[in-house]
Design a protein around this ligand. Structure first.
Ligand code: ZN
Length: 207
């Protein structure tokens, strides 16, 4: 009984530590990047993310935010903070593809990648599913300092594939899935219009 209590206490302590680290890193990300301030669009990304969170069995809750920038990237922080840029969303063709990007980042959180060793790390992902590790205590980091962690990337891909299957985004027969939802189209078209407005151009999508 006591042993069980101590084990639960240790897990709770670890979870609190992870959340505190994540909150500090999230504050730094949000200080250095512009967040998308359209609640309806962020809610679409959050809904997709929470669908995956329902099957990911993470020890921490997930928070999904969109960075309003024209560089494609996604990243995850300890404590369940997942960021995806507007440009990254525009690279995806359907909801399943965006879910794939989110699932990969979430897998790093679930597997607690980057939280061992002397220096906590965060993960910077790209559309190719390649995440680059950056020392978290020294943002922003020049890319020249980035290190690859191929084993963790591979592990994240394997975990992510499981989430996509369980959440219905892919099947064994159809690993890439086909999920063209109206909410994803709405998100994509709104981001396309924003991008066009920023660049002073006409939207390229059909009206
Ligand atoms: Zn990764």
């Amino acid at each position: 009984m006591l042993v069980a209590f101590m084990a639960i206490f240790a897990i709770a302590q670890q979870r609190e530590k992870e959340l505190a680290l994540g909150k500090a890193l999230a504050a730094e990300v949000e200080r250095t990047h512009k967040l998308l301030d359209d609640a309806a669009l962020v809610a679409i990304v959050n809904a997709i993310g929470q669908k995956l969170a329902g099957v990911a069995k993470a020890a921490v809750p997930f928070t999904f935010r969109v960075i309003d920038e024209q560089q494609p990237f996604a990243n995850a922080l300890p404590g369940g903070f997942v960021y995806v840029s507007a440009a990254q969303i525009l690279r995806e063709h359907d909801e399943a593809e965006l879910a794939g990007v989110l699932a990969h980042e979430m897998a790093h959180v679930v597997a607690r990648h980057g939280q061992s060793g002397p220096q906590p790390m965060i993960f910077m992902g790209t559309a190719l599913g390649v995440c680059t590790r950056y020392p978290a205590d020294n943002l922003p980091i020049p890319p020249s300092l980035a290190r690859q962690a191929p084993k963790q990337e591979e592990d994240a891909d394997i975990l992510a594939a499981g989430y996509l299957l369980k959440a219905g985004y892919a099947t064994a027969a159809q690993p890439n899935g086909i999920v063209n939802t109206s909410r994803f189209q709405e998100l994509r078209e709104a981001l396309e219009r924003r991008k066009a407005a920023i660049l002073g151009q006409r939207p390229t999508l059909a009206q």
